[in-house]
Design a protein around this ligand. Sequence first.
Ligand code: NDP
Length: 269
Amino acid sequence: MTARILEGKVFAQAFREDAQKKAAALQEKYGVQPGLAVIIVGSNPASQVYVRNKHKSCEALGIYSEVIEMPETTTKDELIAKIDALNADVKIHGILVQLPLPEQIAAHESEILERIRPEKDVDGFHPVNVGRLVTGEPGLVPCTPFGCLRMLELAGIPIDGQRAVVIGRSNIVGKPAALLLTANNATVTLCHSKTRDLKAKCAAADIIVAAIGKAGFVTADMVKEGAVVIDVGINRNAEGKLCGDVDFAAAEQKASFITPVPGGVGLMT
Ligand code: NDP
């Protein structure tokens, strides 16, 4: 079997159109333009690119966008004061603090992120939103796992009753991916660096979500014939080329659907 490729740009386009329609409907019905504020502290080059892209996307979708650039030397209190101001700002409905934070405030990351009002916490990192995800109540969900689930849904891939293995248990990807799959009636095994018999667990899975951060970690023998493989990883291989957590060339021969890297999950989120 050769897998169908789940191309991120196709899904990204669908999400954009959906967001644009929703923004226009809010404006038309209630006279409200949705607003997103992104705070970037310091000058991390990758973060600057992400923030610029978010700003451009918002503008294209009819979403009001504010980018707040704060110096590398910003203190925790200064950042919290800015978050408080945005919490109170009626033009702003979503607040993102771009991570990673500079060294002097990185240790306070949780306290900083928890300062964002849960209803404006578009990253879905606030404990209230995490709790809602656990209990199955509506809330804001981290974008990468949310996008992975929407990708499965839009591609018409059944989740209900399927055996899913998620490799990686980070708060940003692995854990929320496992919770979302559970909420959609998959039977989920959440694996990590201490998991025994990982290969066998993967080889029995109908759906594999790889979020590890190790190039080519998921090999062909870990992929069941006809399985769906979602590769969240973003790595550089020995030649310095961008690649995922899955040995794509080999897994593609066995999977029914697979996301490439680059061009898969990353493009969509
Ligand atoms: P983390 O480093 O936070 O988590 C990695 C997870 O992988 C951990 O749970 C770790 O286990 C597990 N792991 C590490 N080694 C092994 C192993 N040998 N066997 C099994 N599990 C292992 O990473 P993130 O979740 O933040 O990111 C994962 C990948 O996804 C990265 O490549 C990142 O760049 C990418 N990413 C992509 C995004 C996108 O939009 N496409 C967004 C976010 C991340 P343990 O907990 O035991 O240490």
